[in-house]
Write a protein that binds this ligand. Structure first.
Ligand SMILES: Nc1nc2c(ncn2[C@@H]2O[C@H](COP(=O)(O)OP(=O)(O)O)[C@@H](O)[C@H]2O)c(=O)[nH]1
Ligand SMILES: [Mg+2]
Length: 279
């Protein structure tokens, strides 16, 4: 594989939406797309599901969204899975973001579909991570357990039209106060934004918070730091993939090496030997 596109200085803004299934992420993202289109921005949505195959097509309710925006050339919506894609979801997502930047998209929105690893992968790739909760106590407790508090740049309490909104906000504040202080250089306290995604309410405030966070990243120097870290991470991931490929191939093509490995049981030594060979 080659670098088809160099790291683009005009990388699109990347916001990741994560949260338990049913909290309204897809509805929210759709509302944000509507807002951005009104403002004249182009936007790409990547719904990422680590448990589904890498299809590049649409899955589940995303078909509905795709239909709604089907005739709009400035909206791109795809679902991506990780199964069958070497390097997993984050590598595929990073590459997709670079391509979308190359095609001139202003904004990229990532939405997690599955639960588990995907939250952390989205947080590693996005500039701003939006964690979506609802006034349903079960959701919030589950999210906090998953350590999501640490990755949130913005909290959205969606479904503010149903009972329990005030309680979940109070609970969130308590947890934020109890949590270990963030590193002083980060100096950002995640705002809590109420929304009713189904009625397009609170969406402008939510997007304003995303932009505010982005400005904060720029002015504090964190944006540059994150960009560097992303390139390092991605390079390490690509290197791991290349090494894995090379190792598998070497073991297939060199039966003596494979035999020795089986009799000695020395994976470290064998791997080092393979990687030390002149490529
Ligand atoms: N009452 C209410 N329902 C909502 C709101 N936002 C989304 N929903 C509903 O919640 C359900 C799950 O929404 P969806 O966007 O698919 O959630 P996701 O699994 O997080 O992507 C759908 O039936 C939505 O219509 C909201 O603000 N208020
Ligand atoms: Mg969804």
């Amino acid at each position: 594989m080659e670098d088809a596109l160099r790291a683009d200085p005009k990388r699109p803004g990347v916001a990741g939406f994560t949260g338990a299934p049913g909290t309204g992420k897809s509805t929210l993202v759709d509302a944000v797309v509507t807002l951005l289109r009104k403002q004249g921005s182009s936007v790409a949505v990547l719904a990422t599901d680590p448990n589904s195959p890498f299809t590049g097509g649409a899955i589940l309710g995303d078909r509905i969204r795709m239909q709604r925006h089907a005739l709009d050339g400035k909206v791109f919506i795809r679902s991506m899975g990780a199964r069958g894609h070497l390097g997993g979801l984050s590598l595929a997502t990073r590459e997709a973001i670079r391509l979308l930047g190359g095609f001139g998209f202003d904004q990229v929105i990532l939405e997690t579909v599955g639960v588990g690893q995907s939250e952390l992968e989205v947080a590693a790739v996005a500039d701003t991570t939006v964690v979506v909760l609802t006034p349903n106590l079960g959701d919030s407790v589950q999210m906090i357990k998953a350590g999501i508090l640490e990755i949130a740049d913005i909290f959205v309490v969606n479904k503010a039209d149903i009972d329990g909104y005030a309680r979940v906000v109070a609970e969130l504040r308590t947890m934020m106060n109890m949590a270990p202080k963030t590193a002083p250089e980060i100096n950002w306290r995640p705002p809590i934004i109420p929304t009713v995604a189904t009625r397009q309410e609170g969406i402008d405030k939510l997007w304003e918070a995303v932009l505010q966070h982005r400005r904060h990243l720029e002015s504090s120097g964190r944006a540059k730091e994150l960009a560097e870290r992303r390139l390092r991470d991605e390079t390490a991931e690509v290197a791991a993939e290349l090494a894995r490929d090379r190792t598998r191939r070497a073991l297939e093509e060199d039966p003596r090496l494979a035999e020795r490995l089986l009799s000695d049981g020395t994976p470290y030594r064998t791997a080092e030997e393979i990687l030390d060979r002149k490529g």
